[in-house]
Design a protein around this ligand. Structure first.
Ligand SMILES: CC(C)(COP(=O)(O)OP(=O)(O)OC[C@H]1O[C@@H](n2cnc3c(N)ncnc32)[C@H](O)[C@@H]1OP(=O)(O)O)[C@@H](O)C(=O)NCCC(=O)NCCS
Length: 176
C-alpha cells in the first residue's frame, strides 16, 4: 500500500474530519489546529499522506533547536559548538487506525527525514527531534532515534520521551 501513497503539504480545503489515529489529542490537533497553525500563525507545516483521495496520515514539522549537551552521541557532541543547534522538530505524527501497519508511518517519517536534509542544505540542521509517546518509542527506536541526553530523569512513564536522530544517519538513509 505504501507504494500508492502521496505525501504533500496540507491544503486549506482538505477534509480533516473523520481522521482517527487512536490518540484523541492528535486527532483534535489535526482537525482543529493543524490548519490555523500552518495558514494563519505560521508555526508549523503539516504533511499529509493520501491514498485514493483519503487522508490516512499526517506529520507536522517545525524548525527548532537543541542544546549540545542534549545530543545523544558523545562523538557528535565533541564536534559541535555550545550554542543552540538547529534541528527539525517532528511535532506530531499520526496514521489512521484503518491504515496502521501498512508502511504509512514509515513513509511519512522518510519524507520528514528528506525535509531535514533539505533544511541542512539551505538553513542548517544537525538532526530531527521528536517527543515520542510511550507506545511509539519502539517505533522511533526502530528507525534509529535515541533519547536526548538527560531527559529521562524526572519524566513520568506516561510522558513523551524527547528523541533525536543525527543528520549524518538521516542523510545515509535518504540520499541515493
Ligand atoms: C506510530 C504510528 C505513527 C506508526 O505508523 P504505522 O503506519 O502504523 O507504521 P508502519 O506501518 O510504517 O511501521 C513501520 C515499522 O514500525 C513498526 N511499528 C509500527 N508501530 C509501532 C509501535 N507502536 N511500536 C513499535 N514498532 C512499531 C512496524 O512494525 C514497522 O516495522 P517493520 O518495517 O520492521 O515491519 C501509528 O501507529 C500511529 O499513528 N499511532 C498512534 C499515534 C502515535 O503514537 N503517534 C506517534 C506519536 S509520537
Amino acid at each position: 500500500m505504501a507504494g500508492a501513497v502521496e505525501i504533500r503539504p496540507l491544503a486549506r480545503d482538505d477534509d480533516r474530519g473523520g481522521f482517527s489515529c487512536g490518540h484523541p489529542d492528535l486527532d483534535r490537533f489535526f482537525e482543529h489546529y493543524a490548519g490555523q497553525n500552518q495558514f494563519k500563525l505560521h508555526l508549523a507545516v503539516t504533511y499529509v499522506a493520501v491514498v485514493e483521495g483519503r487522508i490516512v496520515g499526517f506529520a507536522t514539522v517545525a524548525p527548532a533547536s537543541v542544546e549540545r549537551a542534549a545530543v545523544p552521541s558523545a562523538r557528535l557532541r565533541k564536534r559541535l559548538p555550545s550554542y543552540p543547534l538547529p534541528v527539525l522538530r517532528l511535532a506530531r505524527l499520526g496514521v489512521d487506525t484503518r491504515a496502521q501497519g501498512l508502511g504509512i508511518g514509515r513513509a511519512l517519517l522518510r519524507h520528514v527525514l528528506a525535509l531535514a536534509v533539505h533544511q541542512r542544505d539551505r538553513l542548517g540542521c544537525v538532526g530531527v527531534v521528536t517527543d515520542a509517546k510511550p507506545d511509539a518509542v519502539a517505533f522511533y527506536e526502530g528507525l534509529g532515534f535515541a533519547p536526548l541526553e538527560g531527559v529521562r530523569e524526572g519524566l513520568l512513564v506516561s510522558e513523551p520521551l524527547p528523541m533525536f536522530l543525527g543528520i549524518e544517519t538521516i542523510a545515509a538513509a535518504v540520499e541515493p
